[in-house]
Design a protein around this ligand. Structure first.
Ligand SMILES: NC(=O)c1ccc[n+]([C@@H]2O[C@H](COP(=O)([O-])OP(=O)(O)OC[C@H]3O[C@@H](n4cnc5c(N)ncnc54)[C@H](OP(=O)(O)O)[C@@H]3O)[C@@H](O)[C@H]2O)c1
Length: 333
């Protein structure tokens, strides 16, 4: 049983703990919050004994085995780095970092300290992608269109003139970092690293993107990506091949994939959707710790590196700069 600590007491942390507990492989034992009141309020939903902390140093000095980080994006890197240095396994919410060199550094630190680092990019770990990748193996891919747009619960605040974390430059917010990461992960999971990428954004006054579209450019085809937080899209995802088109109901928590061949009847693929959006990833993380599979783990690390390199390239092309970026033209971070 992995003793689980968490940083960040928002709704997603409860959602994560529910998935983790459902596996019976994790037990919540520690909660960090900026206030004791919030830590108590979070922990009261759980029957087990949970230690509460208002400093990260004390949390990391505790006996937790693994830390789940669900704080605002720009805090992930420093918090993950501290935890790895304290020899805790880390599951960090997406986007794990805001610049690719930060991911490189976290991976090096994890290896040095002999612990695991995982990015909680849940769709990457869906079994549906294995089924889809197997199905595509004998086909030539000619392109894809992946869309993920959801009207944000924070839109009313934004429209009222406030700057919620998810739309802030300080916290590395915006549609691409928040939701665009899912189509980017899907593309890299299925087709590998693109040779280039770009993004055209609708900017807020602080230069953060509220929606946008872009392309991941591969040697022989392109993947079009659409994302946004001020509209809802129910567009399916499509993958175009020399033998027909594969249509997915979504790019995350996929429940159906139907192939429409150039001739003949539609062919549904055998997709089984997990009961909980985070279940497949939490199972895989726990299994990796219990019985390491170095090649598989390395493939996750490399995929994350490719994702963060791509996201960084996309936001540079759209002139999206966060407070923590060195300067507009810097590409070394
Ligand atoms: N995988 C998914 O499906 C999914 C879904 C939603 C979000 N996420 C990810 O989860 C992370 C958190 O998202 P969220 O919407 O929950 O963010 P949030 O509400 O802005 O913040 C999450 C928590 O971080 C702490 N926090 C808030 N503002 C802070 C500040 N100024 N300084 C330090 N700590 C602060 C708060 O906990 P305390 O008050 O207890 O300190 C808060 O509950 C993001 O990286 C997001 O991308 C993932």
């Amino acid at each position: 049983m992995l003793k689980l600590g968490i940083i960040g007491t928002g709704a997603i942390a409860h959602h994560f703990v529910a998935a983790a507990h459902a596996t019976k492989k994790y037990q919540l034992t520690a909660v960090y919050s900026r206030t004791m009141e919030t830590a108590k309020s979070f922990a009261q939903d759980y029957e087990s004994e949970v230690n509460l902390y208002i400093t990260i140093e004390e949390l990391l000095a505790s006996t937790i085995d693994i830390l789940y980080i669900a704080s605002p994006n720009s805090l992930h890197y420093e918090q993950a780095k501290s935890a790895l240095k304290a020899r805790k396994h880390v599951i960090v919410e997406k986007p794990a970092v805001t610049r690719p060199n930060e991911w490189t550094d976290l991976v090096e630190t994890a290896k040095e300290k002999k612990v695991f680092i995982f990015e909680a990019a849940r769709n990457y770990h869906e079994n549906a992608f294995t089924v889809i990748a197997d199905f595509l193996a004998d086909k030539d891919v000619w392109g894809a269109h992946f869309s993920y747009m959801k009207y944000s619960s924070k839109m009313p605040d934004l429209l009222a003139g406030k700057t919620p974390n998810v739309f802030s430059s300080r916290f590395a917010g915006g549609a691409l970092m928040d939701l665009g990461i899912y189509p980017v992960y899907a593309s890299i999971r299925l087709f590998g690293s693109p040779v280039d990428a770009h993004y055209l954004a609708h900017h807020l006054p602080n230069r953060i993107d509220v929606n946008g579209s872009g392309q991941l450019i591969y040697k022989d085809f392109q993947v079009t990506i659409q994302t946004g937080k001020n509209s809802h899209s129910s567009l399916p995802a499509e993958i175009y091949t020399n033998q027909g088109t594969l249509v997915l109901d979504s790019i995350e928590h996929i429940s159906s994939a139907i192939f429409y061949p150039l001739q003949g009847e539609p062919q549904p693929l055998a997709i089984s959707k997990a009961a909980h959006t985070m279940l497949e990833e939490v199972v895989q993380f726990a299994n990796m710790i219990a019985q390491p599979q170095p090649d598989l783990y390395e493939s996750w690390l490399l995929a994350a590196q490719a994702v963060h390199t791509t996201l960084y390239r996309m936001r540079q092309t759209a002139h999206i700069h966060f407070e923590g970026d060195l300067n507009e033209d810097d590409t070394s971070r």
